[in-house]
Each structure stands twice: as C-alpha cells, then as structure tokens.
Design a protein around this ligand. Sequence first.
Ligand code: GLV
Ligand code: GLV
Length: 313
Amino acid sequence: MYNVLVTKQLPGNWLNYLSNYCNITLWEKNIPPTKEWIIDNIKDKDGILVTLTEKVDKEIIDKANKLKVISTYSVGYDHIDVKYAKSKGITVTYTPEVLTDATADLIFGLLIAVSRRIVEGDKIIRAGKWDTPWYPTFMLGREVNHKTLGIIGMGRIGKAIVKRAKGFDMKIIYNSRKPHTDVDAEFVELDNLLSNSDFVVIAVDLNDSTYHLINEDRLRKMKPTAFLINASRGAVIDEKALINALKNKWIGGAALDVFEHEPVITSELFNFDNVVLTPHLGSATVETRDKMAEIAVKNLLLALRGEKPIYEI
Ligand code: GLV
Ligand code: GLV
C-alpha cells in the first residue's frame, strides 16, 4: 500500500478505487486545506493529489521526503513549482484533453451570452422590468456569425474553439508562440489580432510570459465593439486595466469565467451590464469532472508504480 494525500473530495467512485491500493489521507471539505495541513501531512507520503487551489511550492516540496508524484486534478499547473519538483525527481501529472470540449463549449457559451445579452435579458425579466411588448430597437446585441474571432494561444482548447467557430462561419485568426500547420485559421501578430477581432478569446495557460498579457496597452488596441472572453486563468488579464477599459468604453464588453483572486472579484465588475461572469465553470460538467477524477487517480497510481502516467507535465 502507498500512502497518499488527497486535498479534495472527488466526484464519482475514483477515490474508492484508489483506496484499494493506497492509504488515503483526505481533506474532506470544499474549502482548500491550509498550507500547514499539507506540510504536516506530506512528510511520509508517496504521492499527493491536488487541485488548482493548492499551491505546491518549494516549501511544501522540501517537506516531502518520500514524494514520488504530484497529480493535479486540472489542466492548468501554474499552482505547482513543476521545475523544482522535477529537479527533486518528482513526477508531475495533470488532466488535459478530457476537459477540452467542455471548456470550449463554455467559452462559446460565454461568447454568445455577452454578445447577444442573454444574461442581461434574464436579469431584466426577473427584475420585472420587461414592461414593453416587442419593439425593433429593444436590447440589440452584436452578431456572432461571420465575425472575426481572434484566439490567443493555440493548444488543445484553442483548436476546439476553432472547430466550433467554423460552424458559425467566423473568420478565425490566432496568435501563439509559433504558427500551427494543423489549424485552419490565419496566424497573425498579437497587435494585429487585437485590432481586427470582434471577439478576443484567451486560450493560453498562465506562466511568466502570459501574466497580465492583456494590459492597458493591449486593451486600447481592441475595437470599441469587441468582446474579451477568458476562461483560462484570471491573471492573464490585468483586472484593473480591464475595469478601466470598460469604464472608458475601449471595448464592447467581457465574459469572464476566471479572476485574479478567486473567489474574490473586484466588485466594480458588477457595475457593467456588458459583462458576463461565471464562477470558474470551464470543466464543470458531470461527465468531464468524472473523467478528470479517473485520469488524476490513474496518473497517481501509474507514477507510484514507476510506470508512465497517462499525462505527465
Ligand atoms: C481548470 O481551470 C483547470 O485547470 O483544470
Ligand atoms: C500558446 O501561446 C501556444 O503557443 O499555444
């Protein structure tokens, strides 16, 4: 039996499965464990299964004398010091691919919601403010079909967004570290993307080169009618600069699933009707969260046994 630390309850039966092979120390609450709890419990563990709210930094890694594997239940791994873990011979695994379609679906949902004012319309009805029968100039949004979609980052999720955008006859441009030959979309420089897109979608992961990638300068380059959509990590956008952009109408609106300091949201964002907010729901489907549990648990077990995990970082 291996000794493992698990920092969240997981949906489905995968922790039961894991308990056939491991002694599990489980943090049972939905609020994240404290760093002290992790440090106190990691000393004698062979593996740890974490989610994106647990920062696994040098201090924690240094306390883990026996650790063979860090398995994160997420596609993002900005919460883990991967380089340091690897330098200590620790395998780091994650759960990409299984959440790509769910996340791309949500991104498209956000894109349509903000441009067609779906959430705003719902609020008006519930507030009893829909008091005039249909008339031609009521609540006009912006068309999605045939518009220009600019995707920043062209990994798995970027490609899944391209597939969906094709169905809406959008013109698709993108920017990423390098052009991709297997993508039916035009590679452009970032400035060009920002100034020509009707929708700018963020599909990069968070790292040193993408922190506050969307800053005041870049927001100013967007069309005043364009919408910014983000379901990657909040810190890719400078939230203060975004609020400034919304106040000054440099952009047409924003749809955000992620924030710099979740679950705390800069309350000024609540003031804008042209902003749609969701609480980090990118992968939040019954099907996907179950698959993520399967992959995270199997990654953990494979690495503990010295075999090749399904997805290693
Ligand atoms: C969610 O944000 C993830 O990284 O899986
Ligand atoms: C991200 O920037 C990528 O190259 O996909």
